[in-house]
Write a protein that binds this ligand. Structure first.
Ligand SMILES: [Zn+2]
Length: 416
């Protein structure tokens, strides 16, 4: 249910859905409500200003683990927009609430602050008409500004929802960040208080309902080491690692759900005439399916142990080798079923606005709630572009207001 109090009349419209989310038909009905139509018009009117805002936010650098300056700006905007309880949590996530009639259901709307670019990167954005170019301009400055645009439109159209919407500008979405913002949000800050989650990341009208998970390890093999001639007969960490790599190479993985593995970097040893005392390798394993990923993870750990045992047996345990695997990255896998209310509502929203999108898979903030069984999707923020994660990233703002309208309609449909 939402309460609408348009200034043009005393009309109070009540929309009641029996569960979280809405059918395509109810979404279409909702899209035709006067207050929602007014919010749509406001979004279209505000878009030129939002594009300038997108450029401005993006020119505040936000390297991995150094999002605090951009975070402070989002905090200022959340406060200015009248959100309540605006705060920054332990991880650095900026959180602000737009209370509904009831505290639950609580829908979280998020976009990430961080970029992949190191400190010192030139973050200046150039603009020709609606086309902007600069690192992070789409990923995820667009998501941040869509969030701002949705809050503004809800305020200006005086739309009150029955459920609560919590807005989050989060940290640590990109590679090295390892989803640390989401892990903190779902594990500590708002643990047990989130009923549905939508992140705005990427462009166009995309809907991501499958979260590809990954495990990343650095495995270190160690032994005493010695002279290649004088100490011959000693177990060899590099040769033990070679055994492991050969076994990993033989892994059979399903095509569907797509499951992958890769030994990406190796190192070790000190000299051609020395039995090394150390060798290391970095391994990446991915799957959209939690069980497949865990199965692969177990096989991986088993072959490390087997390889060490084989190497030690081969050399009668002389200068025995050992290995340890350090988890250096963990993005949990998960899915939100196509039949779920949140996915069906998002598809209904696209349909109501005449936008088409296939469901897709990705690795985003939604991985964390998906893994916990909390309904979650990631949606594009409208517009189009190219070159994400490169210095030549572009964002084309032509008709990009459609992305904000979509996010707004989805928010209202979900928050009832
Ligand atoms: Zn992103």
């Amino acid at each position: 249910m939402i309460l609408v109090s348009p200034n043009t009349s005393q009309l109070i419209a009540l929309f009641t859905f029996c569960t979280l989310g809405a059918s395509a038909q109810s979404v279409a009905t909702l899209a035709n409500e006067p207050a929602v139509k007014e919010a749509f018009a406001i979004i279209q009117r505000n878009e030129p200003e939002m594009l300038r805002e997108q450029q401005r936010i993006c020119e505040i650098a936000a390297p991995p683990f150094q999002e605090s300056v951009r975070a402070a700006e989002l905090k200022r905007l959340f406060e200015q927009l009248g959100l309540s309880g605006v705060r920054i949590d332990k991880a650095g996530n900026v959180i602000g609430t737009r209370p509904g009639t009831n505290p639950r259901p609580n829908l979280v709307f998020a976009a990430h602050l961080d970029t992949v670019f190191p400190p010192g990167t030139d973050v200046h954005v150039t603009r020709t008409g609606d086309l902007m170019k600069g690192p992070g301009i789409g990923d995820d400055c667009r998501g941040l500004v869509v969030m701002v645009g949705v809050i503004r439109a809800l305020n200006e159209a005086k739309i009150n929802t029955q459920g609560t919407i919590t807005f989050v500008a989060d940290v640590g979405e990109e590679g090295l960040g390892d989803l640390r913002g989401m892990k903190e949000l779902f594990g500590e800050t708002l643990k047990g208080q989130i009923d549905a989650f939508i992140s705005i990341d990427g462009l166009g009208a995309s809907i991501t309902n499958i979260g590809v998970g990954s495990y990343r390890y650095k495995v270190t093999f160690k032994g005493p080491g010695g002279h290649s001639y004088g100490s011959f007969g000693m177990a060899n960490p590099i040769q033990a690692m070679g055994r492991a790599i050969a076994k990993i190479d033989q892994f059979e993985v399903p095509e569907t759900p797509k499951t992958t593995f890769n030994v990406g970097r190796v190192g070790g040893g000190t000299s051609v005439n020395a039995i090394p005392f150390e060798a290391w390798m970095e391994v990446d394993m991915r799957s959209s399916d939690v069980k497949e990923l865990d199965r692969l993870d177990q096989k991986f750990k088993a072959v490390i142990n087997e390889s060490v045992a084989e190497e030690n047996k081969r050399w009668n345990n002389r200068g025995a080798v050992s290995a340890s695997a350090e988890l250096v990255g963990l993005r949990p896998a998960g899915q939100t079923a196509e039949s779920s209310k949140i996915v069906q509502t998002a598809l209904g929203v696209n349909q109501a606005l005449g936008l088409t999108a296939r469901l897709s898979e990705g690795s985003t903030d939604s991985n964390v709630p998906m893994n916990q069984g909390i309904p979650a999707i990631t949606i594009g923020g409208g517009g189009s572009g190219s070159g994400a994660h490169s210095l030549n990233e572009t964002f084309d703002g032509q008709d990009s207001w459609k992305g904000t309208q979509r996010a707004l309609l989805l928010a209202i449909s979900m928050a009832r």
